[in-house]
Design a protein around this ligand. Structure first.
Ligand SMILES: C[S@@+](CC[C@H](N)C(=O)[O-])C[C@H]1O[C@@H](n2cnc3c(N)ncnc32)[C@H](O)[C@@H]1O
Length: 444
């Protein structure tokens, strides 16, 4: 796609200076430029979509089609730029460009499971279809020799692109720009999907893992970023006395609606990125060093900074206590396409914890969202080794090394859950445990 900008734009602008100056030539050149920039931005945004990358990595045929179609699109842009001044060439390349992109979008829609670009595709399909009809009609008119078609084409092209860009950036802002996660806003949708004990990922992957390794009966457990409390409730059924904390007051409100008896977890609002709040929380009611287990399920990946939460873990966990961390990490899967392309995207930031993090935006699947919402969540994908180093800075040594959370054989063969079968092909949930000095009984 860099070639798209590198070749087509200078050529388009060059034509402005070689021809007698005409306003319509300027309109066409501006339209090619804006179109190329918008396409380029769209490609970059699509290339950051995790589901898209996974689909590319898993399906050779798709990767090849994607490559071929994108190459053909670049060629169309170059022809379009060379065709400035000629109505037939300009319209033919526009029809070809829109047709190729239509095929590409349809292929991607078919292959993606729940990519964040999925919603944007509908708008792209609409604009591509409209473009084929519009520029197709202008192409026919120019071939049969109607006068003044180039001028019409240039201005219609510019108008079309302006509408395309305004619509695209207005409707698809979530894939182009960083949007802070608002968990209060997502809370009701999240709760509707997770329910009392969570989705199949929790029931078929996470709980069997926890059940086979840890004995929660009679222990004190702290659930960090507990969401609607589904994991806390499951641990409570195993006899754990659980306190769940989360930054979203709406999620805590929802967590408290499920179950109220002595066994029920206690849920509280706490911002895990605020060191002062975290320290005040752990110094209250004899909480310091009182938790046998601290668990964080898909929470650390959502936090922009880890220092406060690591300080909280270090001060709340009992000597010999175990911290169980489960994260969703694209870098975990050896088959992940991102694992190949990641290094150059790391950014280093100075600070007590030198931050090396790749920031990617991933949209929650639409069924997780309240109706009509177009929200994104920000996920911080960090190297697993980096997590371990930071835990050790806070006196928590790695007890069991990072490993991929794989579905038990029985689930893989007997369960009919499509999401688990898909997951089994490229497991990207990683788990590790960390320990303070002292000992703790584990089942395995
Ligand atoms: C992916 S959800 C996981 C929820 C829960 N652990 C589960 O497995 O269902 C991430 C959770 O982290 C919480 N979270 C994000 N940022 C937070 C912060 N700064 N402080 C506390 N909780 C936070 C969100 O509110 C959300 O409930």
């Amino acid at each position: 796609m860099g070639a798209l900008l590198g070749i087509s734009l200078p050529v388009a602008f060059g034509s402005l200076f070689t021809a007698d100056f005409r306003w319509s030539l300027l309109a066409a050149t501006s339209a090619v430029t804006l179109n190329a920039l918008n396409f380029f931005h769209g490609k970059v945004a699509t290339a950051e979509d995790q589901s898209y990358l996974t689909a590319l990595a898993l399906r050779q045929g798709f990767a090849l089609a994607d490559y071929g179609l994108n190459l053909a699109l670049v060629i169309c842009f170059v022809v379009m730029a060379f065709g400035a001044g000629d109505a037939t060439i300009l319209n033919a390349s526009l029809v070809a460009l829109r047709s190729l992109d239509l095929v590409l979008v349809l292929v991607v829609v078919r292959v993606l499971d729940q990519g964040r670009v999925e919603k944007s595709q509908r708008f792209w399909l609409l604009m591509n279809s409209a473009g084929i009809v519009l520029f197709g009609a202008l192409l026919v008119a120019s071939i049969i020799g109607r006068a003044g078609i180039y001028d019409w084409t240039a201005w219609i092209f510019l108008g079309y692109i302006v509408i395309d860009i305004i619509g695209d950036y207005a409707l698809n802002a979530g894939i182009y720009f960083h949007v802070d996660t608002d968990w209060d806003d997502l809370a009701d949708g999240w709760d509707a999907v997770q329910g009392k004990f969570g989705d199949p990922y929790r029931n078929l992957l996470i709980y069997p893992y926890l059940d086979s390794r840890f004995e929660f009966d009679g222990t004190r457990v702290l659930d960090l970023g507990c969401g609607n409390g589904c994991v806390s409730r499951w641990i409570a059924t195993k006899g754990g006395r659980v306190v769940g904390v989360d930054g979203s007051s709406r999620l805590i409100e929802l967590a408290n609606t499920y179950w109220a008896d002595d066994q029920a977890p206690l849920f509280e609002v706490l911002d895990l990125c605020n060191l002062e709040d975290a320290m005040a929380w752990s110094s209250r009611d004899e909480r310091a060093e009182s938790f046998d287990y601290v668990i964080a399920v898909f929470t650390l990946q959502d936090l922009p900074t880890l220092e406060p939460v690591l300080e909280l873990i270090a001060t709340s966990i009992s000597p010999g206590g175990i911290c169980i961390v489960i994260i969703e990490n694209d870098l975990a899967s050896p088959r992940s396409a991102r694992a190949e392309t990641t290094n150059r995207l790391w950014v280093d930031k100075p600070g007590r914890i030198p931050r090396r993090q790749l920031i990617v935006w991933s949209e929650l699947p639409s069924e997780l969202l309240p109706t009509g919402a177009n929200k994104t969540t920000t996920t911080y994908h960090r190297p697993l080794r980096w997590y371990s180093e930071q835990f050790s800075v806070f006196g928590l040594r790695e007890d069991t090394a990072w490993s991929a959370l794989t579905p038990p054989e029985i689930v893989r063969t007997a369960d009919d859950s499509a999401m688990i079968r898909r997951y089994a092909r490229a497991p990207k949930f990683s788990v590790a445990t960390f320990k303070r000095s002292g000992s703790k009984t584990m089942n395995a």
